[in-house]
Design a protein around this ligand. Structure first.
Ligand SMILES: *Cc1c(COP(=O)(O)O)cnc(C)c1O
Length: 462
């Protein structure tokens, strides 16, 4: 078995990527005002901007695309998806949506009442936004280790703090908490997993207090693989047993299928409660489309029905998690500061430690993103002082986030380990020259502070 540790697939179709020169990249990033969201993707050699919607589909999935049933109502592809979802999650009622955030919207409309607190480990932005619009206050109750880059290697840094959860319910009253959500893996702190034990405990507390409990399942397969690897009692279980157990503790789930669904678009919301389903259907009809397609084409439903099974295959997951760990280990070996242990979908570099001489007001994370692109055409993304700064409502002063990181996400089944070597060698080179790097000045923000990373323009400080 240990002889067969290369990629568990061979390549049938290739998509060429272009090699470029440093001079070209310097010009392109300047024209993009030093914002990598404005680059043309074909000027990128290894794209690590996101793992969302960037997966490579299998020959089976492409076969499914041809078989997709495009009927407006009662599509065969919908029933195939329903069967996959029920088999893997145990949830009988599934509503497709055009993306995960549309499922978030339906969940917020369904559960969140004005003035309530929605408790989570670390809420994802799109649900947070929908909850706030619905009038609720999202609260993050992740364990302390999950908030620190340099915390000792905790195996489940996505866990919710059970003591804090109990205390919060006691203090604020269960009647003021319409919903608890656990996001697996925890995207907000580096794709860190949540243990089965933690999910079980949260579920028991939710049930005892009559609070609905949902799972944000975008990366459920990667989370279940970490459970198999790291949690006592799961080593000998089949992946599908673990996924079924995980979902058995919840009332339902929302899913962005652009991650562990191994497809390029789509999502869904599930429930085990028949009485809630008509409301979900109605919200879908006015926003997404008829209940059996919900904003997805038949071919996309079909590819997802297949992709969900491929996403929980153990051979695939062991390759997937090992590739991300390989990238992290190689970087750490060269002294590059990263969040440890590496999570499921990427490596997070601590930019403040990387460039200690650049203050957050001069965007050290963005500086690293820019220099990595100029060096090798590798596109990462800043999650720090540009993306997450807030303004003090009274003084107007900028409040910088605790973490200043650059995320290097690994797309599923897309790049080989040799591409990872390109990233490692490039970052090593950038790290050797770190003393010479200067920060950036923001010259344009766009209208909304919390979204400025998509539109911001920068100048290099000299
Ligand atoms: C991506 C993501 C979403 C939103 O899904 P989209 O398909 O991008 O709309 C919600 N929650 C988590 C945890 C995600 O990673």
């Amino acid at each position: 078995m240990q002889f067969q540790n290369a990629e568990p697939f061979r390549i049938k179709v290739v998509e060429p990527i272009k090699r470029t020169t440093r001079a070209q990249r310097e010009q392109w990033i300047k024209e993009a005002h030093y914002n990598v969201f404005k680059l043309h993707a074909d000027h990128v050699y290894v794209d690590m901007l996101t793992d969302s919607g960037t997966s490579a589909m299998s020959s089976n999935q492409w076969g499914g695309v041809m078989m997709g049933d495009e009927s407006y109502a009662g599509s065969k592809s919908f029933f195939n998806l329903q069967r996959s979802v029920e088999d893997i999650t145990g949830f009988k009622f599934v509503q497709p949506t055009h993306q995960g955030r549309a499922a978030d919207f339906i969940m917020a409309q369904l559960y969140v009442k004005k003035g309530g607190y929605v408790l989570g480990n670390l809420h994802f932005d799109s649900f947070k936004g929908h909850a706030e619009i619905a009038g609720a206050i999202p609260i993050d109750l992740i364990i302390e280790e999950g908030r620190r880059v340099n915390s000792i290697e905790h195996p489940f840094k996505g866990n919710m703090d059970i003591e804090k959860l109990n205390a919060f319910i006691k203090e604020n009253g269960a009647e003021n908490i319409p919903l608890i959500i656990i996001t697996v893996t925890s995207n907000g702190n580096g794709g860190q997993p949540v243990s089965m034990e933690n999910i079980r405990s949260v579920s028991e507390i939710a049930r005892a207090n009559g609070i609905p409990f949902m799972i944000d399942a975008a990366r459920f397969a990667e989370n279940c693989y970490f459970i198999k690897q790291r949690e006592p009692g799961y080593q000998d279980k089949e992946m599908i047993e673990i996924t079924r157990e995980l979902f058995s503790y919840a009332d339902g789930c929302v899913m962005s299928s652009k991650k562990d669904g191994l497809v390029n678009i789509g999502g869904f919301i599930c429930t085990r409660h028949e009485d809630l389903f008509p409301q979900i259907n109605q919200l879908a009809i006015i926003n997404e489309g008829f209940v059996t397609y919900g904003g997805m084409s038949g071919r996309d439903l079909e590819a997802l029905a297949i992709g969900l099974y491929e996403g929980i295959q153990e051979d695939y997951l062991s390759y997937r998690i090992a590739q991300v760990a390989y990238l992290g280990d190689q970087l750490a070996e060269r002294g590059i500061p990263i969040i440890k242990p590496t999570g499921g979908h990427g490596v997070y570099v601590d930019a403040q430690q990387f460039y200690p001489h650049i203050p957050q007001s001069q965007f050290p994370g963005q500086a690293l993103v820019v220099e990595l692109y100029r060096t090798a055409g590798v596109r990462g993304v800043e999650l720090g002082s540009c993306a997450f700064s807030k303004k003090d409502p009274k003084t107007g002063e900028i409040i910088y986030p605790d973490l200043e990181v650059v995320r290097l996400t690994v797309s599923r089944r897309v790049y080989t380990d040799r591409h990872m070597d390109v990233v490692v060698n490039a970052l090593e080179d950038v790290y050797k020259r770190r003393d010479q790097m200067k920060g950036l000045r923001i010259t344009y923000e766009g209208p909304i502070l919390s979204l400025r990373h998509f539109t911001a323009r920068f100048e290099l400080l000299t």
